[in-house]
Design a protein around this ligand. Sequence first.
Ligand code: SAM
Ligand code: SF4
Length: 327
Amino acid sequence: MTTSLDQFGRSIEYLRISVTDRCNFRCVYCMPLEGLDWLPKGDILSYEEITEVVTQLAPLGLKRLRITGGEPTIRPQLEKLIAMLKAIPGVEDIALSTNGVKLPVMAASLAAAGLDRVNISADSLRPDRIKAIARRDLGFDPVGALRAAAAAGLDPVKYNVVVMRGINDDEIGDFARLTLDHAVHVRFIELMPVGEMAGLTWEHVVPSDEVLSRASEAIGALEPSSGPVMGNGPAKYYRAAGAPGTIGVITPMSHTYCGTCNRVRLTADGRLRTCLYGDHEVNLRDPLRSGERLEPLFIQALANKPKEHNLLQMQVGGLKALSQVGG
Ligand code: SAM
Ligand code: SF4
């Protein structure tokens, strides 16, 4: 199979596919409570169209997929899409990013359809706090979601924890302790200042070095860890001696990892985004709907993929919320 390189020689093999811009949560760091304009239904790619995009681009080296949103599990019959994508030659691995609310009822059918792995957003282990951060009370139980995913055979199961000073940073130790008893991979994510963010500012960002030292205060020395669990992304992983789970940090703010970026994104309305931030995107939907081939557009988009983001300079383009591009 071909490998596609961008203009800086990075091999692009990972596609994040947003299947909806809507969500059943309104996380403080992600979505405003109101004021987002939802995409009209006709603008959103159908499952058949998403499958056609991947069918055309997989031969160019896109072999790992992540389904994201908004909240992907609220789009009806997500299992159908997973099965369609899994059947495409060259697709090796399908992951899901979810807030986990629907995992207890959906994990088994998603796994049966061909889902390999799952990341669950879990910013707190305390019901009141979950409600305050998500601004919805849907009875989300992070440990229940983890158990459902593991019982369905999804592997690895990861938690994504956005750390916010004064809001949930006192739970770093509790999350770290979970890795001593569960094969869960807890990834602490630095808060990114994108969009409206309900009053969150740079002062709420907790640098990953501090997170690691606080995790280590809770569970002892952390050794760098590697292995198949590590996936496609920019996280660095650590493990306490003998622990079944690991701790990872994702550091968009304190240490950028653009030099090894291997990914592009497909928005729910069919735009190929070559960087999470800024306005580097190409409309694939209209050419697809008019029967054009997508390969030349993909190659051209990679030729323009920027070297790095300018998040520290707050250059986020027209992005109002990460939910619009799938994080
Ligand atoms: N709804 C799914 C979920 O919550 O996992 C998938 C979409 S969500 C936009 C993807 C990821 O982006 C989540 O892990 C979320 O925590 C992260 N995210 C959203 N806004 C963020 C921000 N301002 N800073 C850091 N991470 C953010
Ligand atoms: Fe929804 Fe995920 Fe954004 Fe939370 S982080 S509002 S669950 S899309």
